[in-house]
Design a protein around this ligand. Structure first.
Ligand SMILES: [Zn+2]
Length: 347
């Protein structure tokens, strides 16, 4: 991957090119925007540009041939540290940042960042899942963010500004990323081989909210079936508030591992419901769907509800989503959500 193949985010590119050419690069960046729009790739390309031995350090460019470039590309360069939450865990952990109890401050992210750069240039860190930093883990990072090693650049990647805690936000330069255009998502769908037909790729892109990750999920047969199941429950009158949570739990039990992966899938379910609610809201407010051809985009079984009710349902659903990690058993949370949902919507 090269800057010429990277799609979208031209404003952010110009901004970084400018900061690098003026030697005014901050040390911590909080990059926010939906998943699947290229933030991680962007950070990696900036890292490659900063470390490449064949291009001017004042240019946002790299040769893509030197040993350094090849190592960054393969994620094996010792000066680029990647950190993400363990998929079995709900958050980044103190151990990941400071090392395990037995080796506190002698291993872990903050220690690694302080080791002298192998290339003699700088260390670069790409930290995923910034949304999951809690007060205790964030506190471990603060000292590093306040006094970073010389030249170090830290990229924190999150989905939205409001999900970040204030201590991190205030110590970072915030860079906002917008969803990709439908054309760009369609191009990526073809490039990744999710579909082969350009017309179908564009139709899928129209529903993707500018995210290649969302496009991939929309195209996954097992998720399509599950999504249809959610949709048919939302259409039922009266709403089946025993059968609905039961069906969701059954799907979760059969398709995902226990623990965090199951909670992550449940978040996905609630995001799907939110999407249906937003469709209903748009129809209520008379906002036309711009040229979309896919009938699924127009799926809005709750379109006859008052706008205020739809807004409260969105709020309820998102609140429930935010609470998922606090509950050991998602079933109880889900049942409460369906009961409240039916009550609010009088279904
Ligand atoms: Zn190079």
């Amino acid at each position: 991957m090269d800057w010429t193949e990277f799609l979208g985010h031209q404003r952010q590119r110009n901004w970084f090119a400018n900061a690098i050419s003026q030697n005014k690069l901050a040390s911590t960046f909080l990059m926010v925007g939906p998943d699947g729009i290229g933030k991680r790739t962007f950070a990696k390309l900036v890292a490659q540009s900063l470390l490449c031995t064949q291009t001017d350090p004042g240019d946002l460019a790299f040769c893509n041939r030197c040993e350094t470039c090849l190592q960054v590309e393969k994620q094996t360069h010792p000066d680029v540290i990647y950190l993400a939450r363990d998929r079995a865990k709900s958050t980044l952990t103190v151990d990941q940042l400071l090392g395990s109890d037995a080796a506190r401050m002698r291993e872990g992210f903050c220690y690694e960042l302080r080791i002298r750069p192998y290339s003699g240039r700088r260390k670069i860190a790409i930290i995923d899942d910034a949304d999951t930093l809690k007060e205790d883990t964030a506190n471990c990072l603060l000292k590093t963010l306040e006094e970073p090693p010389p030249g170090a650049v830290i990229f924190l990647l999150g989905t939205s500004e409001k999900r970040q805690i204030s201590t991190i936000r205030s110590r970072s330069q915030i860079v906002r990323f917008s969803p990709l255009s439908n054309q760009h998502v369609a191009e990526l769908i073809l490039r990744h081989g999710f579909l082969e037909d350009p017309t179908q790729a564009l139709q899928l892109a129209e529903r993707s909210h500018g995210s290649i990750q969302h496009a991939k999920e929309l195209n996954d047969p097992s998720l399509i079936e599950f999504r249809n199941q959610i949709y048919s429950f939302l259409q039922q009158r009266p709403m089946d508030f025993i059968g609905f949570p039961k069906a969701i739990i059954e799907h979760l039990n059969n398709s995902t591992a226990d623990g965090q992966p199951r909670r992550d899938r449940l978040k996905w379910c609630l995001d799907e419901v939110t999407e249906v609610l937003r469709n209903s809201l748009w129809i209520q407010m008379g906002v036309p769907f711009s040229g979309a051809t896919d009938p699924a985009l127009r799926f809005a079984p709750l379109k006859n509800l008052p706008v205020r009710t739809i807004l409260r349902l969105i709020e309820l659903t998102q609140e429930t989503r935010e609470n998922i990690n606090r509950y050991i058993a998602p079933a109880a949370l889900l049942e409460a959500w369906v009961v409240n949902f039916a009550r609010l919507a009088r279904l």
